[in-house]
Design a protein around this ligand. Structure first.
Ligand code: C5P
Length: 222
């Protein structure tokens, strides 16, 4: 599978992470969670006291960033400025701030370069599954396999609440719909179904079924 790139995009809670990690694990590929990179940048900005609603203020701090992603699908890691932030990036504060930070063009341009470097390196070594919002459309438009995952908002909220250990499913649904709205409406690299992406609606499917479907798509091309 050398050179293989599998791009998995979709809104929050559509099952991207579980599906991407499952596919990578089954096929012996590496895994990159670009959402974790945007979350790490957001955590750093919050900790630095930057007003995340002020795009110019966010952009001004981009040169100070240092982000590192580990690509083992069974144990992905994320560091910013040398600090492991795997737990911190799932907080309510980061959930509320990540979409405005991710809409800042300078943040996207900086991460785009890093994402492409990781993808090129891992693809050369044996293939990678990459998840996000703009992977098939912008980050890796030449990916051999592109998937656009969706699910009904209620199903997405239930899954996210379960993952985060939260019990307030209605609040979780509000939070992810708010992020979807900003992510789909922004000017730079909005969430879209990329040209050629297979649309899988996961609402009525188990994780294993969705992984099977993506693996079947990969088997067709590589
Ligand atoms: O995938 P996850 O929910 O962790 O992503 C968090 C946020 O990061 C998204 O709501 C979006 O604002 C941003 N993001 C992005 N582009 C990506 C991946 C994530 O803008 N490729």
């Amino acid at each position: 599978r050398t050179g293989l790139v599998v791009a998995i995009d979709g809104p929050s809670g559509s099952g991207k992470s579980s599906t991407s990690r499952g596919v990578a694990d089954r096929l012996g590929l590496r895994y990159l969670d670009t959402g974790a990179m945007f979350r790490a940048v957001t955590w750093w900005m919050l900790r630095a006291g930057v007003d995340v609603q002020d795009a110019a203020a966010v952009a001004a701090r981009v040169p100070e960033l240092e982000v590192k992603s580990g690509t083992d699908p069974l144990a992905p890691t994320i560091e910013v400025g040398g600090t492991d932030v795997a737990v911190e990036i799932r907080s309510d504060e980061v959930n509320a701030a990540v979409s405005p930070v991710s809409a800042v063009p300078e943040v996207r341009a900086w991460l785009l370069e890093l994402q492409r470097a990781v993808i090129a390196e891992e693809a050369a070594l044996g293939g990678i599954v990459v998840e996000g919002r703009d992977i098939g459309s912008v980050v890796a438009p030449d990916a051999q396999v592109k998937v656009y995952l969706t699910a009904d908002p209620a199903a997405r909220a239930l899954r996210r609440a379960a993952e985060e250990g939260g019990t307030d499913v209605a609040a979780t649904e509000q939070s992810l719909l708010a992020r979807d709205k900003i992510d789909s409406g922004r000017a730079t690299a909005p969430l879209v179904r990329a040209d050629g992406a297979a649309h899988l609606d996961t609402t009525h499917h188990t994780l294993d079924e969705v992984i099977d479907q993506v693996v079947a798509l990969v088997d067709r091309v590589a």
